[in-house]
Write a protein that binds this ligand. Structure first.
Ligand code: S3P
Length: 163
């Protein structure tokens, strides 16, 4: 199964919980990319730019999307047309949906340097990005879970009950 959603949606932690509960492997595409590039994503963005990162992200989605297990994607994975095409044809794509205020709060509480997409944007710009991406997440998802009032374990339990 593949988890999608905006930054701060909890994709990584939910993937880890699902992996333990279902005893299946877990792959975090950002972490796999970091292993390959051997630098923080923010350094990669500064050095090579977003377009190059999206190409790399596409290669990693291609490599992992059909592997059995739980795959957590980066929030911008759905920016790429080819990635959306892959996700639309894949079963068990789960969108962890939250309202912007919840996500923004979580993003602000994280180390901003870890989030190259958030660090140079104003709240208004980040909200515009969120609004733009909503339709992409929705059209790519097999299932959508509203996570605003749920903790990680509850989200994971809902997913297990759904699939
Ligand atoms: C990005 C989200 C990040 C990471 C990269 C770009 C985005 O992943 O892939 O910084 O464009 O939203 P998370 O959603 O895990 O923060």
């Amino acid at each position: 199964m593949i988890l999608i959603g905006f930054m701060g949606a909890g994709k990584t932690t939910v993937a880890q919980t699902l992996s333990k509960s279902l005893n299946i492997p877990c792959y975090d595409l950002d972490k796999e990319i970091i292993k390959k590039i051997q630098m923080p994503l923010s350094d990669y963005f500064d050095k090579y730019g977003e377009t190059q990162f999206r190409q790399l992200e596409h290669q990693f989605l291609l490599k992992y999307y059909s592997i059995p297990g739980v795959i957590s994607t980066g929030g911008g994975c759905i920016e790429n047309y080819a990635n959306r095409a892959i996700l639309k044809e894949t079963s068990n794509v789960i969108y962890l949906k939250s309202n912007f205020e919840t996500l923004h709060h979580r993003i602000n509480n994280d180390k901003m340097s870890l989030r190259p997409i958030a660090k140079n944007r104003t709240t208004e710009e980040l909200k515009a990005l969120y609004m733009k991406r909503l339709i992409y997440y929705e059209t790519c998802a097999t299932y959508t879970i509203d996570t605003d009032t749920l903790n990680t374990q509850e989200v994971s339990d809902r997913i297990i009950a759904m699939i």
